[in-house]
Design a binder for this molecule. Structure first.
Ligand code: UD1
Length: 377
């Protein structure tokens, strides 16, 4: 027993990673936990994302070790993917008996692992808790609601997260506002990001292009809608050259629907990039067009205009205190024109988006585990 904290030496923490947007959330926490003497951390990769470009590249870029445990679940329908993670992770939990399971974000594996652990009476902590789009057609919203309903510890990135949880009747004692962990990843890797040569490699000039990502089912799963968005991107590209890092889902849909962009359009379609290259591409861009969750936050931190192709966002602070704006196929052109005409104003990132979130999480985790061990003693 560590007399200062009451935590058992060797307390086993499972850190769950599954899909691309998870890797930049677990990396700073893994690095911070690896430095602590009171715990051991095992990195569990569910295998939800498995392409080298969607997974391995991020482990390399974020200096993460090979996962201790790989569940290898791969793709499938929501039910198949969630169920496979549950079946495989339950075996792991029974075998390894973690003292705490940390899940991040809102992907299917987040919910699957939280469900397994909580039913085995293992404490679950959710990093990036409390975000709500209020759009239950989004699979991620269901994952958020259910994960937060069963987790024992809820770490929020912004005060709206605390408010959402309070409105759902969650006990305030379960919640801690820790800030945005993704900013820690950016700060940890700042120098390496700065030295990426991706902008030159793509033949671009800083501030002379826009970066695009798009993969949400609501944007890419329906032929007519995706076709319309591609036409709109072509029109944007007539004003500002674009680089479009195409997610596997989007590439597959474009092939299924027989959609493409004209060869002479100033839009480069590229494979998904690793973390360092992608953050460099965003940092040097004039604006970003996306439907991602995380990129809304990264652009707010960097002060880059972000046009989000969605009807709602679970990250409203990126609009009220950041550079984000919701757009659709009808409003995109006007929003691009405005962003191109506007001056970049100096701004301050939201509270606790400061690169020190992992430290706050580790301190809170230690207190939490100490407290529950006292109860079980
Ligand atoms: C998932 C997350 C989403 C997150 C996104 C980021 C859920 C419900 N969704 O969506 O929250 O924003 O990741 O990337 O968990 N595929 C590959 N290679 C891969 C991964 C996927 O080819 O490495 C293909 C799959 O075969 C499938 C499609 O991409 O056809 C979708 O993958 P899936 O993991 O179901 O969801 P995402 O759309 O990636």
């Amino acid at each position: 027993m560590d007399s200062a904290t009451g935590a058992r030496p060797g307390t086993l923490i499972h850190l769950i990673a599954a899909a691309r947007p998870n890797f930049m959330k677990i990396a700073p926490l893994w690095h911070a936990l690896a430095r602590e003497s009171w715990c051991r951390v095992e990195l569990v990769h569910t295998g939800q994302h498995y392409d080298p470009g969607m997974s391995d590249a991020f482990f390399r870029d974020l200096e993460l070790p090979r996962p201790d445990i790989h569940l290898g679940v791969g793709s499938g329908s929501h039910a198949e993917q969630t169920a496979r993670v549950m079946i495989e992770y339950e075996k792991v939990c029974r075998d390894r008996e973690p003292d705490c399971v940390i899940v991040v974000g809102d992907v299917n594996s987040t919910l699957a692992c939280a469900l397994v652990a909580t039913k085995l009476h293992m404490p679950v902590a959710h990093l990036e808790a409390g975000l709500r789009s209020r759009d239950r057609r989004m699979p991620e919203e269901i994952n958020r609601l259910l994960t937060d309903a069963i987790a024992d510890r809820l770490w929020t990135p912004s005060p709206d997260g605390d408010e959402n949880l309070a409105a759902e009747g969650v006990d305030a004692a379960k919640i801690a506002f820790v800030g945005n962990i993704m900013i820690d990843s950016f700060e940890l890797m700042r120098d390496k990001i700065a030295s990426s040569n991706i902008v030159e490699r793509l033949g671009l000039t800083p501030r002379g292009y826009g970066a695009v990502t798009m993969h949400r089912p609501s944007n890419v799963d329906e032929r007519d809608h995706l076709a319309r968005l591609l036409v709109e991107l072509e029109s944007v590209a007539a004003k500002l050259p674009l680089v479009f890092a195409v997610h596997p889902r989007t590439r597959q849909r474009m092939a299924d629907f027989d959609l493409s962009l004209p060869d002479d359009a100033p839009i480069q379609l590229i494979e998904p990039l690793g973390y360092l290259d992608f953050m460099k591409l965003v940092s040097d861009s004039k604006l970003v067009i996306t439907d991602s969750g995380g990129i809304q936050e990264e652009t707010t931190y960097l002060g880059i205009p972000c046009l989000t192709l969605r009807d709602n966002t679970e990250r409203p602070i990126t609009i009220t205190e950041g550079t984000n704006r919701l757009v659709n196929a009808d409003t995109l052109q006007a929003a691009v024109d405005e962003a191109l005409a506007g001056r970049r104003e100096s701004h301050r990132p939201p509270d606790k988006w400061d690169g020190r979130t992992a430290g706050r999480v580790v301190a809170d985790l230690k207190r939490f585990l100490t407290r529950i061990e006292r109860i079980t003693e």
